[in-house]
Design a binder for this molecule. Structure first.
Ligand code: ZN
Length: 395
């Protein structure tokens, strides 16, 4: 009997909710997917790597008789100390300041958006490099960022840093009163409770071997951010991927097909992605097409297919297939998620997400509100139908 993605979705989201890389729940889903691939008669490849798992405890700033609770920065080193507080609003102010040994209070312009992890392999803007290089060169004791809602997820307040390779302890808060409480020349005591431990993990691939060196990749990231059940982001995509595995007999013979549950999309080091890209290079494989399933199935939405690097003729072929489903439409370009690393290289790629991604879904992602009820399981099965048609056109 066929197991639909709706059933897979329910099972995964109830059994393995919240799966940051290195967590027990992440390891549980790895074993589940490994079995599912084997049951679907795919070759199962496991690429091992080490990752860092983060945990946090109560953190706070005490200044002028008041105590403010803080959120420890993900992967921050722990810290507990007292020192002069220095408020900094812009990058130029940071560059001009003596910051050594101080508790930096970053706010306003300099804390307007999360900074990319150091040397992030697919995207590391110069503006972020300038800030991070300057901070590391002048060793402040700790950094407290006053932030608000993340522009690209529902997290509020967002951490300014999310980087296991960044050596300065950091925390964040959405409490602007901290700024008023810290007058010129204030001294404060900061405690950041945070721990990082190295754990083994792996990147799985479910492969149906075919002819030649070309591959078609269908992927969906299986890890979640911290502190979220990760129902739509991205249990929904994983369910479609596993339904595709179970229905792989419907796929026509052709080039090699890799089903890739990327493990690390939400992690600063993207270790699963890097392992898989390395394996492509070692195998001398070229990629014909990537289809990335990320956050499809939002209740009341349609499945949105956005295309990257498609020649006109192929674009119209995909457009025709998408038009065959009443539950699908072409989506707006979206340069985040696992298709982006392929799209930046000129590889033809398709992102499959929800048509209300920008209006609705991003505000739920990475929060406790990303629960099973936000996903319509029926849409996941429809997404799988359309993906099978597209793969069969290009295989
Ligand atoms: Zn995602």
């Amino acid at each position: 009997m066929e197991i639909a993605s709706g059933t897979l979705f329910e099972e995964i989201v109830r059994t393995f909710p919240g799966r940051p890389l290195g967590s027990a729940s992440n390891a549980g889903l790895l074993a589940y997917i490994q079995n599912a691939f084997a049951d679907s008669r795919l070759d199962v490849i496991a690429l091992p790597f080490d990752c860092r798992f983060w945990s946090a405890g109560p953190s706070s700033l005490r200044v002028n008789g008041r105590t403010f609770p803080l959120f420890a920065g993900p992967f921050s080193p722990p810290c507990s100390g007292t020192g002069p507080i220095l408020k900094i609003r812009t990058v130029d102010e940071l560059i001009a300041s003596e910051t050594e040994g101080k508790i930096l209070l970053l706010h306003d312009e300099i804390a307007a958006e999360p900074l990319m992890p150091k040397e992030f392999p697919f995207y590391y803007p110069d503006e972020h490099r300038r800030v991070i290089d300057c901070l590391e060169a002048h060793a402040p004791q700790a950094i407290l960022a006053i932030t608000g809602k993340d522009p690209v997820s529902g997290v509020n307040p967002f951490p300014l840093f999310q980087d296991g390779n960044f050596s300065i302890p950091s925390a964040c808060s959405g409490e602007h009163e901290i700024l008023a409480a810290c007058q010129e020349g204030s001294t404060g005591s900061i405690t950041i409770t945070s721990a990082v431990e190295t754990r083994p993990s792996r990147q799985l691939v479910g492969r149906r071997a075919g002819a030649g060196q070309e591959r078609i990749i269908v992927c969906a990231h299986m890890d979640t951010a911290y502190r979220t059940p990760g129902a739509i982001d991205n249990t929904a995509g994983v369910a479609v991927l596993l339904e595709l595995a179970r229905r792989s007999a419907e796929l026509q013979a052709g080039c090699t097909l890799d089903l890739v549950p990327f493990n690390g999309e939400e992690n600063y080091a993207v270790p699963g992605q890097l392992k898989y890209l390395e394996s492509l290079r070692e195998d001398g494989a070229t990629v014909r097409l990537v289809i990335n399933l990320d956050a499809p199935g939002s209740v009341g939405s349609k499945n949105a297919f956005s295309l990257y690097n498609f020649p006109d003729e192929q674009r119209s072929q995909v457009t025709e297939i998408v038009a065959e489903s009443e539950q699908a439409e072409l989506g707006a370009a979206w340069y985040a998620g696992d298709h982006a690393m392929f799209a930046f290289n000129g590889t033809p790629a398709i992102a499959v997400t929800s048509s209300d991604l920008f209006e609705k879904v991003t505000d739920l992602t990475h929060t406790e509100r990303d629960v099973p009820e936000v996903v319509d399981p029926d849409l996941l099965g429809r997404a799988c139908d359309t993906v099978i048609k597209i793969v069969n056109r290009f295989v």
